[in-house]
Design a protein around this ligand. Sequence first.
Ligand code: CO
Length: 168
Amino acid sequence: MNLFNMVVNYMILKVLTEKNKKLAKVCAEVKCFDNKLHKLLDNMKETMYKNKGIGLAAPQVGILLRVVVIDIGKDYFELINPKIIESSGEQQNTEGCLSCPGVFGITIRPKFVRAVGYNRNNELFEVFGENLKSCAICHELDHLEGILFKSRLAKFKDPAPNKLFWKK
Ligand code: CO
């Protein structure tokens, strides 16, 4: 094998942390489904895997576009200009975010969601999420509105209030 033929065609991107103001912005729709977008998606995918995340949104890497990648461990998919068209039920999850390293909290999310979005070839498709996948879709789409999981904490009255906590 000729080592000179091995080409790394992606880059691991820097993930912004929550104090960065870009994470609080509403992202713009993607208009151009070009090579630049494909490159962004490839880089986001590798960045998500490298950081052991189950999802990543473009604003987390400083790009204010409506682009997310998700893989809860079963199937990888990309969603561009996504919209949730239906949601039902309720679930609690211990949730974290690559932009809030080490911080977790118990959130309330819909148990089921149905979303539509475009793939990298500008083809519309539908995705159905249940349980963790529903949580991941909601979490990543929230990023496109500048919302972090900390605003989705479950409200417990008894016996103890829901608080953010740290773990390794
Ligand atoms: Co996140």
